[in-house]
Write a protein that binds this ligand. Structure first.
Ligand SMILES: [Fe+2]
Length: 207
């Protein structure tokens, strides 16, 4: 690692020397050590919250973020791969829920940064962190798609409620508000819209 950085610095210096001759030359391929570790929070911020409290909430929020990103992607998978007589309505519904989850992802990630933490971002790291089970790459029937989505919502709702209560204990009202007003309520609403599709009502002839 150190060797790579030294090599990189030398390359940067070479490019800087080159740029003396060509001032329009962009300084490409730059690398440097991280300025903040993933697990660290900024020591002091004028938020009226201790670093310990912020660190704990960042940990909870990153779990919820990884699971929300996974649920968001599960919606897009379902949107693309849906089939059958309810194709059109589900294709649209899945994409609507995808958009709402994508908005939550941004709000949760920015809350983490507000608290002085580092939000998880890349698919590799999300895959290692999420508690939501991996679906197969192939196509599945609609009832299976919906069941997987509902299970993911169920897990997220449970951990969101837990973390929201912990936020109250730590006096982090902003995080509690985000978790209850946005994350929890959006997930509850989406559960309603999905679960009604698994009620076996007749389409043509009444039972
Ligand atoms: Fe689409």
């Amino acid at each position: 690692m150190q060797n790579t950085l030294t090599k990189q610095r030398k390359q940067n210096q070479r490019q800087l020397a080159q740029s003396d001759h060509d001032p329009a030359q962009p300084l490409l391929h730059q690398r440097a050590p991280e300025i903040q570790d993933y697990d660290a929070v900024t020591a002091e911020l004028p938020l009226g919250l201790s670093a310990e409290a912020r660190k704990e909430m960042v940990r909870h929020l990153n779990q919820i973020l990884a699971d929300t990103m996974t649920l968001r992607d599960l919606y897009k998978k379902s949107h693309w791969q849906v089939s059958g007589p309810t194709f059109y309505q589900l294709h649209l519904l899945y994409d609507k829920h995808f958009g709402e989850q994508a908005e939550l992802v941004d709000e949760i990630a920015e809350r983490i940064q507000i608290l002085g933490g580092i939000s998880i971002a890349m698919a590799h790291d999300v895959a290692e962190t999420t508690s939501i089970g991996r679906p197969p790459r192939g196509r599945e029937e609609v009832p299976v798609q919906i069941s997987r989505l509902l299970e993911a919502h169920g897990a997220l709702i449970k951990e969101t409620r837990c973390s929201a209560r912990r936020a109250v204990e730590l006096e982090d009202d902003g995080t509690n508000d985000l978790l209850v007003s946005d994350v929890l309520r959006t997930n509850e609403m989406q559960v309603w819209f999905l679960s009604e599709h698994l009620v076996d009502t007749p389409l043509v002839q009444a039972k």
